[in-house]
Design a protein around this ligand. Sequence first.
Ligand SMILES: Nc1ncnc2c1ncn2[C@@H]1O[C@H](COP(=O)(O)OP(=O)(O)OP(=O)(O)O)[C@@H](O)[C@H]1O
Ligand SMILES: [Mg+2]
Length: 362
Amino acid sequence: MSTAISPTNLSTNGKYSLPPEIVIFGRTANMTTVQQKLEKVSVANVPILIEGESGTGKEIITRLIHQLSPWAAGPFVKVNCPAIPGTLIESELFGYERGAFTGAYGAKAGRVEMASRGTLFLDEIGELDMDLQAKLLQVLQDGQFCRIGSQEDKRLEARVVCATNRSLEQEIAAGTFRQDLFYRINVVSITLPPLRERKGDIPELADYFLRIYNESFGRNVPPLSSQLVQKLQSYHWPGNIRELENLMKRYVILGSPDVFATAFVKEAETDSDGFDFDIPVNGSIFLKEVTRQAVRKIERNIILKVLQTHQWNRKKAAKALNISYRALLYKLKEAGLQTGDDDDFDGEDMGYSAEMEGANEI
Ligand SMILES: Nc1ncnc2c1ncn2[C@@H]1O[C@H](COP(=O)(O)OP(=O)(O)OP(=O)(O)O)[C@@H](O)[C@H]1O
Ligand SMILES: [Mg+2]
């Protein structure tokens, strides 16, 4: 049976404060398990921990949980833990009263309070420092909190969902995450598989992104050939669904399957580990030349990795590598990593970057 679920095809109280999230669950066994678990836990107000690599859909799944919950009509409040400076996070989370500290000219509700009768989404919870972990634990244990500078207890009335792309068990072992907090937030856990472990879903996901981007850009780019779909299925997808979505978006914008070539080159590169060379029959090798080749290969792999991290945005990659944009283009050309239109094309230069990066949500 098909696979997309949105609040409109599951029974809820019928009121949503957000546009419905469409989540493609696909047919693979591990995602079917996720879907079944999600349907069961959404209706109960228990904390949920969502684990998964970057780009596997932790946020989209959390938004769906919110929309399927009895508090769907309430607020969805996201806290990106690493994005808030350590000094501000306590007041951001719990709020403060007027005069609580220098600069607190008025009272302010924190995010925990703002999420009342809704969902509090604590993203990248593994990044929360130990002090705050202790405070959060207290809130979850007592079901109460107070604004900084206030004596008045307020009730925590929100579903708490935490997400992490790091292993919290490892963090616990390393002494950087509290075990007691882990038990509190992990009443139910949902682990999202990486895309390489649900390759059977790639055709459906690719079709879905093709359809929505054809619609949103007013294009009519044709479906992928079956050979290309097979190639997509043999790729490793380190950036998971976000990477597939970005590729499909690029494909729709540019209208040419050349955009996929770079992905396959990357795979071929990362597949071959180490550097190998043949010793000629006469046993003589030119050390200088072989070493030069080895260095080139290492450099090529480093560049590929950094490009991957930056969704193939070459300007950002050049910056991260501390080399000029022109130097990067030269190295790409030298390494044979350019597709046909690369000489002229650069997303940013053609004014595409805003659209392409929209999907990155970085
Ligand atoms: N099952 C899915 N169906 C449809 N789209 C999906 C699905 N999973 C992820 N996406 C899309 O992939 C992109 C990344 O998803 P999301 O932001 O939820 O990932 P994440 O796990 O939170 O990543 P990160 O750890 O980097 O924050 C989004 O644009 C989202 O719409
Ligand atoms: Mg996320």
